[in-house]
Design a protein around this ligand. Structure first.
Ligand SMILES: Cc1ncc(COP(=O)(O)O)c(C=O)c1O
Length: 337
């Protein structure tokens, strides 16, 4: 099968497995796993932030951040397409007891003017606006990246009004490689950043939450409450260290493969329009009257997997385990169906 369902389907490479099996480990709940500590330090330093916390998933790092930044009854400002709102099981309400103010900008992005309008006045009728969350790249928006000056402007607006800034950077390294921005540019603009190791970076598991020491101390407590304290987690942290050293620059290959897929899809008889990919996500819209599940069924009979992305839409994601030959095979299939 040629698996374009997600960049989470990758298997650890032999070199990554080698790094994992030779890791020095300890009990991370006692904070004495040297490999976890090294990963946390490495990631924090990369972004110019004080500290980091290794967690099992990106859902957990996002949800811990929301919990740390809010009190029950307060409000989180985010995009209507955001993962924290759509795909984390209602966690904002369930874990933090907060309401959500949804913004409707272009492909998952919004502006500082929209944030300014969404911040509630200091009036007991309204929930207290306490957090702005940005997603970069935006998954549901087709993997688009943000303009750094817009982020800086949102950050200034939010912080002036006393709100905190969180970044869901599940695919932030894709954005950094595509735009040439540096991790430290992001560290400056956010109070917390979540990065995933298990997506484009090819690790089997793991995400990191970055922030200052006080917030990470609180985050460690919330991680325990959420059941995310891990013991000899150094085996998986070693994969993270390996990925931060070896798997970032190669994301450019995934991006060029995504462009090839998008170009090929334009010639496919099922497809009306393809969103221009900026990173490793390709979203295609089907011709009038065609159903996404029928298209996915036809593709799967040709050994190609993608996902249903809402009415009349499908999503393909390129990653470490997609070879150039598989792209060629896929393009042939697009032409033939
Ligand atoms: C933008 C974004 N944020 C967060 C997550 C959650 O990551 P996890 O699956 O590790 O919980 C995902 C997962 O695909 C994602 O796409």
């Amino acid at each position: 099968m040629i698996d374009f369902r997600s960049d989470t389907v990758t298997k650890a490479t032999p070199e990554m497995l080698q790094a994992m099996t030779s890791a020095a480990v300890g009990d991370d709940v006692f904070e004495d796993d040297p490999t976890v500590n090294a990963l946390e330090e490495k990631a924090a330093k990369l972004f110019g932030m004080e500290a980091a916390l290794f967690c099992p998933s990106g859902t957990m790092t996002n949800q811990i951040a929301i919990k740390v930044h809010t009190q029950p009854g307060q409000e989180v400002i985010c995009h209507e397409l955001s993962h924290i709102y759509n795909y984390e099981g209602g966690g904002i309400a369930f874990n933090s007891g907060c309401s959500v103010r949804l913004l409707r900008g272009d492909q998952g992005r919004f502006t500082s003017e929209m944030v300014e309008e969404a911040i509630n006045p200091d009036d007991p009728h309204f929930p207290i606006s306490s957090l702005v969350s940005i997603e970069n790249t935006c998954n549901k928006g087709g993997g688009v990246t943000w303009d750094l000056s817009e982020i800086a402007s949102i950050s200034a607006t939010a912080r002036d009004a006393g709100l905190k800034m969180h970044l869901d950077g599940a695919r932030l390294f894709n954005a950094l490689v595509a735009t040439g921005h540096s991790p430290k540019d992001y560290g400056l603009n956010f109070d917390t950043i979540s990065i995933c190791l298990s997506k484009g970076l090819g690790c089997p598991i793991g995400s990191l939450l970055l922030g200052d020491k006080t917030m990470m101390k609180q985050a460690r407590r919330v991680r325990k409450v959420f059941g995310g304290g891990m013991r000899q987690a150094g085996y998986v942290a070693a994969a993270g260290i390996f990925a931060l050293e070896i798997h970032i620059e190669r994301l450019a290959e995934d991006h060029s493969k995504a462009k090839m897929l998008a170009d090929g899809l334009v010639d496919c008889s099922w497809i009306e329009r393809v969103l221009e990919p900026e990173t490793n996500i390709v979203v295609a819209e089907l011709k009038e009257g065609k159903h996404q599940n029928d298209f996915l069924e036809v593709l799967s009979r040709k050994n190609i997997l993608a996902v249903n992305f809402g009415k009349g839409k499908v999503r393909f994601v390129t990653h470490l385990d997609i070879s150039s030959n598989q792209i060629d095979e896929t393009l042939n299939v697009f032409r033939s169906i």
